[in-house]
Design a protein around this ligand. Structure first.
Ligand SMILES: Nc1nc2c(c(=O)[nH]1)N[C@H]1C(S)=C(S)[C@@H](COP(=O)(O)OP(=O)(O)OC[C@H]3O[C@@H](n4cnc5c(N)ncnc54)[C@H](O)[C@@H]3O)O[C@H]1N2
Ligand code: MOO
Ligand SMILES: [Mg+2]
Length: 417
């Protein structure tokens, strides 16, 4: 007899065994999608020199104090400076330097006027710029540190590196980027009925779909999946491959063979290894037989063989564990309230996680169950972007009811509620 525990209790038992992975360095070109292992602190102010945001003329604002359309001011243009070059002299109040966007402000200048507001005039072989309005001190100058101040934490560790963060890393000269090592996650499919996806079908056999589904789920959260293929349902074969996986990976996930059938060997494998069983029954549907055990500080997840139960088991248990290994605080599926769009009248003796599609309309989140809801179903995983959570002990829900949903693609929550 197996004793069911709640999902919350199962998560708690797992999470106490979680250890963060080490960090490693990858090139800037390869860092997107990885998880930052250190805070990124501004090592200098950005920009680090005063610069012009426009093409125009750098000048001393005082010289334009009396300028108007009836009394234009003429300043002598003593040079031109483009981005990347520097005008070395010291500007006097009667002078201006033509300046381009991104160029450093010359010494002596304290404002820039846009080229559209000026006219350049040639007089006795000299260049002058005509200015018909007052320019204030500091106008059109991007100041040192305006973007980022020295010492400021710009990106926190644990953040998934996205294109904007790549830009910040390049700005500070990160040629190599400290990221969390990817946890190596072994994936073992058990089942004598399983075929390679390319093998011809035979009566009673099916293709191994769970392995590839799990591989994609592991990748989606930043882990490194390692496929250990499929094993026939014998104790020896199953034990052997689990032992090999324990040697080579940080986390071991098996699918199938975890229930009470004659050829379900995962419970015996845990026992033979002397692994510490954390649970072997969770009060939930699908995936009530989901199990977890610890061997030499490595987590073994025994997920159901049924595809939808396997998918849900991964998202509820393996996902937060792997994300925590990666140092991410938002490790749990994001939970939100939504309006149910269709009746779901089945009673829920255990907490039920229904594959569903959530979508926003006019600021409200709506959710509807998708496809067939049995745990052996694959097709409903196509449309699902969320799980509808129907608490154990409830009798059924009607369209219009407020329900909880867990969102697959969201950044996630810090806590399991
Ligand atoms: N007497 C009982 N029988 C069952 C119970 C129960 O409580 N009492 N629970 C049922 C439920 S619910 C589930 S879920 C399954 C869980 O079984 P296992 O985790 O042991 O998985 P298997 O028996 O190995 O396989 C179940 C099902 O999934 C198919 N499968 C397995 N691996 C794959 C794969 N890699 N890719 C695609 N499909 C796979 C397999 O062929 C079976 O049809 O137990 C119920 N029975
Ligand atoms: O473990 Mo089964 O998927 O509960 O239906
Ligand atoms: Mg079975």
């Amino acid at each position: 007899m197996r004793k069911p525990i709640s999902v919350a209790e199962a998560i708690e038992r797992i999470m106490t065994w979680c250890q963060q992975v080490e960090e490693e360095y990858v090139s800037l070109e390869q860092c997107d999608g990885r998880i930052l292992a250190q805070h990124i602190e501004a090592t200098m102010p950005i920009p680090w020199f005063d610069r012009s945001p426009y093409d125009g003329y750098a000048l001393s604002a005082e010289a334009t104090a009396e300028a108007s359309s009836s009394h234009p001011v003429l300043l002598e243009v003593v040079g031109t400076v483009g981005a990347g070059t520097v005008w070395d002299g010291l500007l006097t109040p009667k002078q201006a330097v033509k300046i381009m966007t991104g160029a450093a402000i010359p010494n002596g200048a304290n404002a820039v006027i846009m080229v559209e507001l000026t006219k350049e005039i040639d007089k006795e072989g000299k260049r002058f710029v005509e200015i018909k309005r007052k320019v204030s001190e500091g106008e059109n100058i991007v100041r040192i540190g305006e973007d980022m101040k020295q010492g400021e934490v710009v990106v926190e560790k644990g953040t998934v590196i996205h294109p904007g963060i790549v830009a910040v890393l390049a700005t500070f000269g990160y040629d190599r980027v400290p990221v969390m090592k990817k946890p190596r996650v072994a994936i073992i499919s058990t089942g004598s009925e399983l075929l390679q996806v390319y093998e011809p079908l035979e009566k009673g056999k099916i293709r191994n779909s769970n392995a590839y589904m799990l591989q994609a789920q592991v990748r989606r959260i930043g882990g490194e999946p390692i496929l250990f293929g499929k094993v026939p349902d014998t104790f020896e074969h199953t034990l052997q491959v689990v032992q090999k996986a324990l040697r080579e990976a940080d986390v071991v996930i098996t699918t199938g063979g975890v229930s009470v059938g004659d050829f379900d060997y995962i419970p015996q494998v845990y026992e033979h290894l002397g692994a510490k069983l954390l649970f072997n029954k969770v009060a939930m549907r699908p995936g009530s037989v989901t199990s977890a055990a610890v061997f030499e500080n490595k987590m073994l997840f025994g997920l159901s063989g049924n595809p939808s139960a396997c998918y849900v088991g991964f998202e509820l248990f393996a996902r937060p564990f792997i994300k925590a290994m990666l140092g991410q605080s938002r490790r749990y599926l994001k939970r939100e309230q939504a309006v149910l769009q269709k009746d779901f009248l089945k009673p829920n003796p255990f907490t039920r996680f229904v594959r569903a599609r959530a979508s926003h309309h006019d600021g409200l989140l709506y959710v509807e169950p998708v496809g067939k809801d049995k745990s052996n179903i694959v097709s409903s995983l196509v449309q699902a972007n969320a799980l509808l959570v129907l608490p154990g002990g409830t009798r059924g829900f009607q369209a219009g009811d407020r329900v909880d949903v867990l969102l697959f693609e969201d950044e996630g929550d810090d806590i399991w509620r």
